[in-house]
Write a protein that binds this ligand. Structure first.
Ligand code: ZN
Length: 147
């Protein structure tokens, strides 16, 4: 219970003071996604150079879970190769599908605060929205060639 309260605080902290909120000039990839179930919306933008995410921003609106997930995700992406972003995304998705092993993976850092969301299938979509946008953005970059 104490851990859950702590996690709740981490989520609210990111919701109230999101990291990397804003808009990039001339992004190499830009994806807009909606989660109609909850009304969450996100626009995710990436600057990618030589396969590495140099900068990332998101905008949009939604519930605390969707916004906190986007904030925590973007925090982890800056300076990371796309392949590493893919791996992180796969791990996070495993956690959202209830993997207990993923939920204690230190690699996920603050993102583990969202582990409890796995118990609420409707909210899992909120948590995964930013990550789905990331997957689409990575696809754009790979299609258009390195930035
Ligand atoms: Zn939501």
């Amino acid at each position: 219970m104490q851990l859950e309260a702590l996690y709740q605080q981490v989520i609210l902290q990111h919701y109230r003071h999101p990291h990397n909120r804003g808009v990039l000039d001339a992004p190499d990839a830009e994806v807009h996604l909606r989660n109609p179930t909850c009304g969450d919306e996100i626009t995710l933008q990436l600057h990618v150079r030589d396969g590495t995410i140099e900068d990332v921003r998101f905008s949009g609106q939604g519930c605390s879970i969707s916004q906190a997930s986007a904030s925590m995700m973007t925090q982890r992406l800056k300076g990371k190769p796309l392949a590493e972003a893919d791996a992180l995304s796969a791990r996070f998705t495993e956690m959202m599908h209830g993997s207990a092993e993923a939920a204690v993976d230190r690699n996920l850092g603050h993102l583990r605060a969202l582990a409890g969301v796995a118990r609420f299938p409707v909210r899992v979509r909120c948590a995964l929205l930013a990550w789905n946008a990331l997957g689409e953005a990575a696809k754009q970059v790979r299609t258009n060639g390195p930035g």
